[in-house]
Write a protein that binds this ligand. Structure first.
Ligand SMILES: Cc1cc2nc3c(=O)[nH]c(=O)nc-3n(C[C@H](O)[C@H](O)[C@H](O)COP(=O)(O)O)c2cc1C
Length: 207
């Protein structure tokens, strides 16, 4: 570590230290010899209206032997689900996270329940409080070792009680958690500290 001033320190290695980040499980349909797959993937919001999201999935490269089983399946089917976990099944989340390159039945491995989607042919996770059904718009190879997919959210389902009657998410309805990039810990939300638009006296923006 290098000292820059009394209050700021430069880390020896730069990193994507952006706490917290979404910890989301994607689901994708299988193939002749590959089962339906679920895997944890970097996930990010691209747009609110229309709802567009991105995922980044690791691929094999000269410098990287690691490839998600999900990668070829997403290229092939061009659709996937995003399943938001909650802390009541954090061990299942971790089991899925730790087996991205393996080909067995990951629903069984993690003791999770497969459900069908309505507008796409990809499995969702019944235990997930929120499931997004997504169709790929385009993809981009990000060297040295990633494929980034941009996708449109075509359907969002929730477990009862996760939103109010207007479809507004109730954060405390489930123990949602994120991964704290920079230390790899999984944390639920703490306290509410504000809302979007509070300095303008508005509270209708929800994204
Ligand atoms: C929040 C979060 C996001 C992740 N996103 C990705 C990702 O986009 N691509 C990837 O290859 N691995 C990602 N991982 C790590 C993998 O899910 C997994 O840990 C890794 O691929 C190891 O799997 P293996 O034991 O089968 O090699 C992520 C992990 C977390 C906790």
């Amino acid at each position: 570590m290098k000292n820059m001033s009394d209050t700021r320190i430069e880390l020896a290695e730069p990193g994507p230290m952006l706490p917290p980040v979404p910890s989301i499980i994607l689901g994708v349909k299988g193939d002749d010899d590959i089962r339906d797959d679920i895997a944890v993937a970097w996930t990010f919001i691209l747009n609110g209206k229309p709802p567009q999201v991105g995922i980044s999935v690791s691929m094999k490269s000269a410098r990287n032997e690691h490839e998600h089983v999900a990668l070829d399946l997403i290229h092939k089917h061009k659709e996937f689900t995003l399943n938001v976990p909650d802390a009541s099944w954090v061990n299942s989340f971790d089991i899925i996270d730790m087996c991205a390159t393996e080909r067995d039945d990951k629903f069984e491995r993690a003791n999770l329940t497969r459900i069908s989607s309505k507008y796409i042919d990809a499995p969702g996770i019944a235990e997930a409080p929120i499931i997004l059904e997504c169709k790929v718009i385009s993809s981009h190879e990000l060297l040295p070792s990633r494929t980034v997919f941009f996708a449109e959210v075509v359907r969002t389902t929730i477990q009862k009680g996760v939103t109010d009657e207007n479809g507004r998410l109730i954060p405390e309805s489930k123990r949602f958690f994120g991964m704290v990039a920079g230390c790899g810990e999984l944390w639920t939300f703490g306290e509410k500290v504000g809302h979007i638009g509070q300095t303008k006296g508005i509270d209708h923006i929800r994204y």
